[in-house]
Ligand binder design. Structure first.
Ligand code: TRP
Length: 334
């Protein structure tokens, strides 16, 4: 039996951080190495244009994200790893889906509604700063998924609605033009949410991240900034309400987690706990960080890897798009 196809996109804004690593990148790469699924991973660079109008940042982020996945051991032969903008079939499909997607469906999109609500709260015009890209981005996302007939889509909780919208669009299309698309399902795994420097969820939008491949000294500085309380050395500390412990647990073996739990009970000083945390993370990440630096500087290698992925993706996308075009009446005259 053919392997199930799993697909997910990474919007290319920002620099990968420990939260991305623990919550998304590490499990995705581990799963791809087990080889149970036919995995598609892509740099969602068209999506980046919705959030950022800064070309240098969009470009740099794509490069960093690609180098990160490659440095961490993604196998680009057994998976399909590509840049969305290298597969023009996707934007073509996006238009065709735009023509079957009800506007009312997009009106209900959380991302759009949140922008409108923020405007209303500020006394601005409801559509202030809202581009058509933001409004209709669930359609582009549906094209990303339906193009490759992906059945499972690993995403964060905030993205579930978009997968449901993709299903809606697929159903609508299938109803109008005959069975064409598989209905995708979201796979949500929210065990691995990591807290950031201030104790809230680690997120670029909170400015509380620890970038994944910081140079050693800077990594140490960031870890020193993780928020703690005022308990003195020797006073017992509660591991379960501590961000230091939470991050420790995300990198430690179960035995190391038990060991640190004991040290907290024994009153380890915050300075020492952070030093231990730095050493744990640094040792684990050092080899990948070295590969990351090398890959980041090697544009030719990055291009070759992504071109390889784009070729594989287009080999799937082209026949699918041909089928879709024919279904809707865009066919050559005989
Ligand atoms: N919108 C997703 C996010 O912000 C990224 C994304 C774009 C994606 N296209 C996708 C995820 C297709 C899964 C499938 O996280």
């Amino acid at each position: 039996m053919a392997k199930q196809r799993v697909l997910t996109g990474i919007t290319t804004t920002g620099t990968p951080h420990l939260g991305n690593y623990v919550g998304a990148i590490r499990p995705a790469i581990a799963e791809s190495q087990r080889g149970e699924f036919d995995a598609f991973f892509f740099l969602a660079d068209y999506h980046a244009l919705i959030k950022s109008h800064e070309p240098a940042k969009v470009h740099q982020s794509s490069r960093e994200i690609a180098a990160t996945w490659l440095a961490l051991g993604l196998d680009t032969d057994s998976t399909t790893f590509y840049r969305q903008s290298d597969v023009p079939e996707i934007t073509e499909l996006s238009w065709i889906l735009t023509c079957v997607c009800a506007k009312g469906l997009m009106n209900r999109s959380h991302a759009y509604k949140a922008a409108v609500q923020a405007n209303e709260e500020n006394g601005d015009d409801p559509d202030f700063g809202v581009t058509m890209g933001l409004f209709s981005y669930p359609i582009l996302m549906a094209a990303d998924i339906l193009m490759f007939n992906a059945s499972k889509v690993p995403v964060g909780r905030d993205q579930i609605q978009h997968i449901e919208m993709a299903r809606d669009m697929a159903q609508r299309f299938n109803h109008l033009y005959g069975d064409t698309f598989i209905l995708p399902e979201a796979v949500v795994d929210d065990v691995a949410v990591l807290s950031g420097l201030d104790g809230r969820k680690m997120s670029k939008s909170y400015g509380n991240t620890i970038p994944l491949f910081l140079p050693e000294k800077k990594l140490q500085k960031h870890i020193n900034k993780v928020k703690t309380n005022l308990l003195e050395p020797g006073e017992p500390k509660d591991p379960d309400s501590s961000t230091v412990f939470e991050i420790w647990k995300a990198f430690a073996t179960p035995a190391e987690a038990v060991g640190m739990r004991q040290k907290f009970a024994d009153g380890i000083a915050w300075g020492q706990a952070k030093k231990d945390l730095f050493e744990l993370i640094n040792t684990q990440l050092a080899p990948a960080r070295e590969r990351y630096e090398a890959i980041l500087a090697d544009g030719e290698f990055l291009e070759a890897e992504l071109k390889k992925g784009a070729e594989k993706a287009r080999a799937q996308a082209a026949p699918m798009l041909a089928k879709v075009r024919k279904a809707v009446g865009l066919a050559a005259f005989q």
